[in-house]
Design a protein around this ligand. Structure first.
Ligand code: G
Ligand code: G
Ligand code: MN
Ligand code: NA
Length: 256
């Protein structure tokens, strides 16, 4: 069977799951949220990377149902963590949105449905968008971003600095967070150019009243350097790999 057929089946038969990678507040060291990352364990082929199946989902249109599933599942996990902890946790959950989803004006309705179904407030949901969402149709992107903001969600630009869009969109669109791409972060200790780029992104964000997240923090040294540079949040294997939902709640507790 083609991977597309298999993916369609996986969506129907519970082979897909979400893993949750902690986002750390670099000042307090506490968990401020978790990024939900799709995982597929195929019964015969074993684990298939999202780098392989997300593009297939995008080409086939399956990303619309996969995206809806991920939104509902992530919101439900947050509600479940609250329930297991016995109170509303001071954390949010971040979900990746494909440009294909943004190209459909109903993505805000999908998000609204998921928030209502799990009974969580939009301020506890962060949406990770890439520059590819903007370049194809900036007018549509403006409408969709505004609709998502009207639900009180946080909007983060994922992989910031690697896309093809102009910086002008940062003024026009209601973006709250710049997520500095892993390629700049991982080169930080060895490459002066990467230091310059990270510093520039941090000051750009500050000037525009946006928050910053550094992805791909793999060492203590990188964590300390980014905190010293004034980056707000960190994510990476130094803190934790993407975790199962239960382990994510345990991790949150362990950092209090
Ligand atoms: O978790 P990992 O590093 O394997 O993810 C690889 C890529 O797949 C990342 O770019 C990530 O943003 C993307 N990805 C993971 N889960 C989802 C998802 O639910 N929706 C979308 N659109 N992309 C995802
Ligand atoms: O594109 P996006 O930022 O959504 O991708 C997230 C991906 O980055 C996930 O697949 C996740 O597993 C991966 N990732 C997260 N932290 C690290 C890290 O410290 N090092 C590396 N190499 N990958 C990471
Ligand atoms: Mn992401
Ligand atoms: Na990224």
């Amino acid at each position: 069977f083609s991977i597309e057929t298999e993916l369609r089946r996986a969506l129907d038969s519970d082979q897909l799951d979400l893993a949750y990678q902690p986002l750390i507040d670099l000042r307090s060291g506490e968990v401020s949220g978790f990024e939900a990352l799709a995982r597929w364990v195929h019964p015969d082929r074993g684990e298939i990377s999202p780098n392989e199946f997300i593009p297939v989902a995008e080409e086939s249109g399956l990303i619309l149902s996969l995206g809806r599933w991920a939104m509902h599942r992530a919101a439900a996990s947050l509600a479940q963590w609250d329930e297991q902890a016995g109170h509303k946790l001071p954390i949010s959950v971040a979900v990746n949105l494909s440009a294909i989803q943004v190209a459909r004006d109903d993505v805000a309705a999908v998000v609204d449905d998921a928030l209502r179904a799990a009974n969580i407030g939009g301020e506890r949901l962060s949406l990770e968008l890439t520059e590819s969402c903007i370049v194809q149709d900036p007018g549509r992107a403006t409408r969709v971003f505004d609709a998502l903001k009207s639900l009180d969600t946080t909007l983060a630009m994922d992989d910031f600095g690697t896309g093809y869009s102009s910086l002008a969109y940062l003024q026009r669109l209601p973006i709250d967070v710049l997520k500095i791409d892993r390629s700049f972060v991982s080169a930080l200790m060895v490459d002066p150019d990467s230091v310059a780029i990270v510093r520039a992104v941090l000051s750009l964000a500050e000037a525009l009243s946006m928050k910053t997240t550094a992805e791909g923090i793999e060492t203590r040294e990188l964590a300390a350097t980014l905190a010293a540079l004034g980056c707000d949040q960190g994510q990476g294997f130094f803190y934790a790999r993407p975790l199962k939902a239960d382990a994510a709640l345990d991790y949150w507790r362990s950092r209090r």
